[in-house]
Design a protein around this ligand. Structure first.
Ligand code: PHE
Ligand code: ZN
Length: 894
């Protein structure tokens, strides 16, 4: 496990595997304090690598080798070599059968990688390099084998024995034990292997595919929780139908299983036919899950299901290509979300998330391209860049070539590469060949890190009615990449006239006969400009008066846009833009400008001034157009949300967390005082009658209502806090209860303590709800929050061995509580360092994720930097540090 000299792995060093494994026959015998794993591999030299004479090298991690046989003959000690990470057999024939027997210890596997024990049984996690912790294997994604898996275990304690593919045989075997054998018809990389032996309850359903095949669907959950599995089953069926309708992709198996487990490092895993999920993305019931939880379940279930084609049928050649499956699958998941919920609101949330996670990553010490060029520990590269920016890159292709060509490109991709392990280039090539659009320059998005900046200026000439936009692109340096070549950026835009109407867009040089594939036709009101040069101008013709530009509609590229908008222009866009995303964006820009100005004022000892235009815009959002109430409450809820403190921090040269917090809170309070009646009216007007349903319309109303409640509480009027408490007590669903509790947590009032106590007493036996209870306390703005968080690490509700608990308490404090984590005295940093050091001994992957909260330390003042540096150095100098954490802290300090 501990690797004293972490090596850097480079994409440029990739070579195909010298050996291929055609088939693997696994036999896993689960015992009380260990497991015995026998594996028979059918191996041959890779014909594409001839002539080759090298040794056979198998990966292995924490495996106790009991025996090794080659073609049935036990190997003597001097016929193989064993080190901490490998089994090496120098002399082998071109084709061979290799049998190994190893002993492993699932109960001691606190990393949760490989085979591990959890409350209800045994589970596996193999992506990216966990399979080597189960048996010796060529553990890389371009080695695809056919799997047969036999599991033996105690029958009463582990009634379900599951693995990938189809159950082909099972039986009892004495002493109360039983066994089951599974066969996966599809060759797959080792990272998609899974097995489960557990006592669980099962929910079953069927789905008839569009070609008429009947598929059995099963969801396995902790005993007694079947009533929390229904929503995930519906989500699965919706996802299956959607993939057939939109991409023509059908399930290729007779049986599809989802297993929920409470101890899991990540969200979920797409193992072939046997997805393993964090309980967080399966279990839901109105009284324990929020609207957002329901939505996440929809999306994660869909995401893992979509991987069956984008990831499993066509997989990655090597881990540098991770975004091939993740970027594409996140994009598919986003499109599914847009079709199931409100498209604009989904987009707003995705962009908010991208800016909160990926933009800072791209500007920090861990910045890397969507296809990284090197890594020390691949587990550290399951990042917002690979996932979310990767999805943006796929979305840009979609935008540039158009929806129909995109579908053709997908079809071609599967026709060419089904059953293969391929690269991001192969994907782009299919898109290019299917569309005829040259994507050569576009491919730079895969290889250059950093968030590009578009500086836009304009000029209007009333005599010629020509409107010219000048677009300059640049990209800041990132580690190892001081200079960037220009990107190919799809810039979607519109122009608004004085009445807020879209102007038809006629571009100089338009070729009506051959409009570019993804662009709106000449004369349409949204056009997609291809920005490819460092500086470029675009001239619009027949523009009757100086327009207000609506730039980067729908957030058509993951870039920063700088344009000198006046408050008036922003208010115009907020009120009239036909692109809802940009209507939201205009409000966010206004609020950000206001807060940044307010910070400067604060430093000069002056109070924040909130212009009437801003208050008026917020009031209009609440009132809507016709009568009382916004047309889309979900949209209004987003538009009424002020930018996060993290986001504002990213806009500053030197971050001042106290000032950000003070001014942002002040702005909320001023708004609340000006619009008290409007907020309380909207709060009452958007009550959702009838029994709870997580549908988008009801969720939207609740979101708006709870946003109003949050503003009302900002007045610190005891009445308002009382109102929150009453909502907390009377809510019949977790969304409203949790919203009230999250409001109360910020105020030092008796209701706060009463509510927290009551909540824990009621829910202490529901782990996912306890996670919420930890999170809400960790994100409180009250000054003693760190002390509370420290005390909570000792509370029976917390366990450092459970990733969900760690993320809810320590993760939430360090990434979701800007002002308290970045306390000037460095106490937040010291606390995080302590926790990272403790956790690294148990679960390096999760420890490394926590350590990422230090990423932006150089953006703070000298005092904070000194504290952060000391914390990082203390972690770095800890004896026996994992390579996971070592990579993060050395890069942060480097
Ligand atoms: N591949 C999983 C997913 O996106 C994520 C994951 C990675 C899970 C590594 C576990 C370990 O969809
Ligand atoms: Zn994924």
């Amino acid at each position: 496990m501990r690797d004293p000299t972490p090596k850097t792995v480079y994409l440029k060093d990739y070579t195909p595997p010298p050996f291929i494994v055609e088939a693997i026959d696994l036999d896993i015998d689960l015992r009380d304090d260990h497991a015995r794993v026998r594996s028979r591999l059918a191996i041959r030299r890779n014909p594409n690598m001839r002539p080759s004479t090298g040794p056979l090298v198998l990966d292995g991690d924490e495996l106790a080798l009991e025996s090794v046989k080659l073609n049935g003959r036990p190997l003597a000690q001097d016929e193989y070599r064993l080190d901490a990470q490998r089994l090496i057999i120098p002399q082998t024939p071109d084709a061979l059968a290799l049998e190994t027997v190893v002993r492993i210890h699932p109960h001691q596997n606190t990393q949760l990688m490989g085979l591990y024990a959890s409350k209800d049984g045994f589970f596996t996690q193999c992506e990216p390099e966990g399979f080597r912790r189960i048996t010796f294997f060529i553990d890389r994604p371009d080695v695809m084998a056919r799997y047969t898996t036999t599991i033996h275990a105690d029958k009463a304690r582990y009634p379900y024995l599951l693995s990938n593919g189809n159950l082909i045989a099972q039986g009892d075997e004495g002493s109360g034990r039983h066994w089951a054998r599974w066969e996966d018809p599809f060759p797959k990389p080792s990272y998609l292997f899974a097995m489960v032996a557990a006592k669980l309850d099962r929910l079953e359903d069927t789905f008839i595919t569009r070609s008429g095949k009947r598929a059995r669907l099963q969801i396995y959950v902790e005993p007694g929780k079947l009533d929390q599995a229904g929503f995930a089953m519906q989500a699965l069926k919706k996802a299956m139908k959607w993939d057939e309708d939109v991409f023509g992709l059908e399930l290729d198996l007779d049986q599809y299983m989802i297993v929920a487990v409470g101890d899991f490092n990540m969200g979920a895993m797409e193992n072939k036919g046997l997805n393993i999920f964090n309980t967080k993305y399966v279990l839901a019931r109105p009284d324990i899950a929020t609207d957002l939880d329901f939505q996440h379940i929809d999306r994660v279930v869909a995401h893992e299901y979509f991987h069956n084609w984008t990831g499993n049928r066509v997989t990655c050649r090597d881990w540098f290509q991770l975004s091939l499956k993740e970027g594409l699958t996140v994009f598919r998941e986003q499109e599914f979300g847009a079709d199931m919920y409100s498209r604009p609101v989904q987009r707003i949330c995705e962009v908010r998330h991208l800016r909160a996670t990926q933009f800072p990553e791209d500007a920090g010490p861990m910045a890397h391209p969507v296809r990284p060029q090197s890594y020390m520990e691949i587990s550290n590269f399951y990042t917002a860049t690979v996932y979310e920016k990767g999805a943006e890159v796929v979305r840009m292709i979609h935008t540039l070539i158009g929806k129909e060509n995109f579908r053709k490109g997908m079809d071609l991709y599967f026709r060419r590469h089904d059953g293969q392990a391929v690269t991001c280039d192969d994907f782009v090539q299919a898109m290019q060949d299917a569309s005829g659009v040259d994507l050569t320059q576009f491919k730079r998005w895969y290889d250059q890190a950093g968030t590009p900046v578009l500086d836009v200026s304009d000029h209007y000439d009333p005599t010629t009615q020509r409107y010219t936009l000048t677009v300059k692109q640049s990209c800041p340096p990132t580690p190892g990449q001081p200079e960037k070549l220009p990107f190919h950026i799809p810039l979607a835009l519109g122009l608004l006239d004085r009445d807020g109407q879209d102007i038809p867009l006629w571009l100089e040089g338009d070729d009506a006969a051959h409009p570019p594939a993804g662009d709106g036709a000449p004369g349409s009101t949204t056009r997609v400009l291809s920005v490819t040069q460092p500086e470029q101008t675009f001239t619009f013709l027949r523009v009757p008066a100086k327009p207000v530009p609506s730039l980067l509609r729908g957030f058509s590229a993951p870039v920063h846009v700088r344009y000198p908008y006046s408050d008036q222009a922003l208010a115009h866009l907020m009120a009239h833009d036909s692109d809802p995303f940009n209507r939201w964006e205009a409000g966010q820009r206004m609020a950000t400008d206001l807060i940044l100005k307010g910070i400067a004022e604060l430093k000069a000892g002056r109070d924040l001034v909130v212009p009437e235009s801003f208050v008026g815009a917020m009031a209009r959002l609440l009132k809507g157009d016709e009568g009382y109430g916004p047309r889309d409450p979900a949209f209004a809820a987003e538009a009424l949300s002020l930018p996060d403190e993290n986001f504002i921090a990213e806009q500053m040269e030197v971050v001042d967390p106290d000032a950000i917090h003070a001014v942002r809170t002040r702005l909320a309070r001023i708004l609340a005082e000006h619009l008290r009646d409007e907020f309380s009216h909207a709060y009452r007007a958007h009550a959702v009658p009838g029994p709870y349903s997580p549908d988008a319309a009801s969720a939207g109303k609740r979101a708006l209502r709870n946003r109003c409640l949050a503003y009302l509480a900002e007045t610190q009027d005891p009445q308002a806090l009382r109102l929150a408490f009453v909502q907390f007590e009377t809510a019949d669903n977790m969304t409203d209860a949790m919203a009230a509790l999250s409001i109360l947590t910020h105020f030092d009032c008796p209701e706060r303590e009463q509510a927290l106590e009551a909540f824990y007493a009621r829910w202490k036996d529901e782990p996912l709800v306890v996670d919420k209870w930890l999170r809400v306390q960790a994100t409180s703005r009250l000054p003693d929050t760190l002390e509370k968080v420290k005390r909570l690490t000792e509370h029976p509700a917390f366990s450092i061995k459970n990733p969900n608990k760690v993320y809810s308490l320590i993760g939430a404090f360090s990434t979701g509580n800007h002002v308290r984590f970045h306390a000037a005295d460095g106490a937040g940093y010291q606390f995080l360092a302590d926790q990272v050091i403790i956790l690294d001994k148990l679960n390096p992957q999760v420890a490394a994720r926590l350590a990422r909260a230090f990423d932006r330390w150089r953006k703070f003042d000298g005092g904070r930097q000194a504290h952060a540096r000391a914390a990082l150095e203390r972690i770095r100098d800890t004896a026996g540090l994992s390579k996971d954490v070592a990579e993060i802290v050395t890069k942060a300090l480097g």
